[in-house]
Design a protein around this ligand. Structure first.
Ligand code: NAP
Length: 446
């Protein structure tokens, strides 16, 4: 038997495990996760109102319930309290790191870390009930919010800021976040791109959804669209950009509806400073940019301040180095060759990567399937040499030796039951448990 550890139970980890057991009848896979809960960003990143995408959990579940796959939650790798990378390697014939991109990119502008300025990741973690979420205090006194960036995460957080709480009630959003959103006084959300609308990273389905939110209207400045050379010939654009441009053009032409809440989509504005008043965010200063003819932009020396009591920086995720694994600081990924980790310029059989830590934080969930497949092809090609390494029959005693007591699959099922019970008590559907004590209490109750 080839024994493989997959670190991370998000889409890339699950697709890696699936590909392994489908392609080799002699492989057993342990899927380890730092959290007692599986599914990674499908549970803790996909917005709660995107129920169709969330339902992918059902597919990932069948992988983790496969008879040659075992989920071990509560197992950190590297860092304080985690099993060191080197030790983990001794316990399995091969280890595949599918740890994603756990932090956010920085803007590097003054005021970025003022009170009231958060990364979109922090906001997403809060409404997704991540047990490491930092605060509840996002919306106190907030009427106007600025979202920096025009990718799909920016669209998600913008939508969550204006969505009617009644519509969120049927979701699995934690009760605390639902109550905060229900009491929200946010009337204006400015979602701002530094380049033009035809260079925005959002996809059309997600963009269109903003136009269908009850009680909310989307405003687009026709003059800003006109700054984009892409609008001169929409037919020459790639399909997504053309469809996005058509949606934006229609919104720019629509008469105002005097809705209670407004989403302002802005372009060609580069953030240069987050401004403060009484120690907290008061506005974001942007410099007007202009296309440079090569897909980028240049500053024009003209500035605009957009008032805001909340700033969400949604400028992309970034991988985090794992002690004991090589890391490329420029790309925020682990260097690899067809999924094999590269140490000192040489591919290192027995250690692999898949997903965002391999290719960077791009693509949709499905992108992880071919990505995982490539890594598994490399691993299975190396397998004849790898199985000659002696490994323990079961790595659990070695994990316990370093103080780790894994949460097994029945522990996760117990969390699921506790979330269903909580939902029933609150007169809602399933409601997520939002803190470590509640999660571990439920997991250990089996
Ligand atoms: P993203 O797609 O890479 O978008 C990042 C945005 O931040 C871009 O608009 C980028 O502008 C901007 N940006 C970067 N640095 C900046 C700076 N210094 N100043 C101002 N703006 C800056 O990242 P994301 O939105 O975090 O999404 C990550 C991945 O998850 C994507 O593949 C996304 O499609 C996926 N996702 C999908 C869904 C869905 O399918 N529903 C939902 C959420 C996330 P430039 O282009 O100018 O760099």
């Amino acid at each position: 038997m080839l024994r493989v550890a997959v670190v991370g139970s998000g889409p890339s980890g699950c697709y890696t495990a699936q590909s392994l057991v489908q392609r080799d009848p002699d492989v057993r896979v342990d899927v380890l996760d730092r959290l007692p809960c599986p599914y990674g960003l499908v549970r803790y990143g996909v917005a709660p109102d995107h129920e169709k995408i969330k339902s992918l959990q059902g597919n990932l579940r069948t992988v983790l319930e496969h008879d040659r796959v075992r989920f071990l939650g509560g197992v950190a790798v590297g860092g304080p309290g985690g099993i060191p990378v080197k030790r983990l390697r001794e316990l399995y014939h091969a280890v595949v790191y599918c740890v994603g991109a756990a932090t956010d990119r920085q803007l590097g502008i003054p005021g970025e870390h003022l009170t009231g300025s958060w990364s979109a990741t922090e906001f997403v973690s809060w409404y997704s009930a991540h047990p490491d979420a930092v605060t509840q205090d996002f919306l106190r006194g907030v009427r106007s919010a600025v979202v920096i960036g025009v990718g799909n995460v920016a669209v998600d957080v913008t939508r969550m800021l204006v969505r009617d709480a009644g519509e969120l009630r049927p979701t699995d959003m934690p009760q605390g976040a639902l109550e905060v959103l229900a009491a929200s006084g946010v009337t204006d959300v400015h979602m701002v791109g530094r380049r033009g609308p035809t260079q925005a990273r959002f996809t059309t389905k997600e963009l269109r959804e903003l136009g269908g939110l009850p009680g909310t209207e989307v405003t687009v400045d026709a003059e800003e669209l006109a700054l984009d050379p892409g609008f001169a010939d929409l037919a020459a654009l790639a399909a997504v950009q053309r469809r996005n441009a058509e949606v934006l053009r229609d919104w720019a032409a629509a008469p105002p509806r005097n809705a209670d809440r407004r989403i302002h989509l802005r372009f060609f504005l580069r953030p240069v400073e987050v401004l403060e008043e009484d120690g907290r965010v008061a506005a974001v200063r942007f410099e007007r940019t202009a296309p440079d003819g090569h897909g980028g932009v240049t500053g024009t020396g003209r500035f605009e301040d957009v008032p805001a009591q909340l700033v969400l920086r949604s400028v992309g995720y970034r991988g985090v180095p794992l002690e004991g694994l090589p890391f490329d600081v420029a790309s925020g990924t682990v260097p690899h060759l067809e999924g094999r980790v590269v140490r000192d310029g040489v591919a290192s059989p027995g250690e692999y990567v898949a997903g965002w830590i391999k290719r960077g934080p791009t693509g949709v969930i499905g992108t992880n399937r071919p990505d995982a497949k490539e890594t598994v092809t490399s691993l299975l090609a190396d397998a004849p040499a790898l199985v000659s390494q002696p490994v323990p029959e079961d790595p659990l005693p070695a994990l316990r030796e370093v103080g780790i007591e894994p949460v097994p699959w029945p522990g996760w099922l117990s969390i699921e039951r506790a979330e269903a019970e909580l939902g029933a008590r609150l007169g809602r559907n399933v409601v997520k448990l939002a803190d470590w004590d509640a999660l571990l209490g439920a997991a250990r109750s089996v």
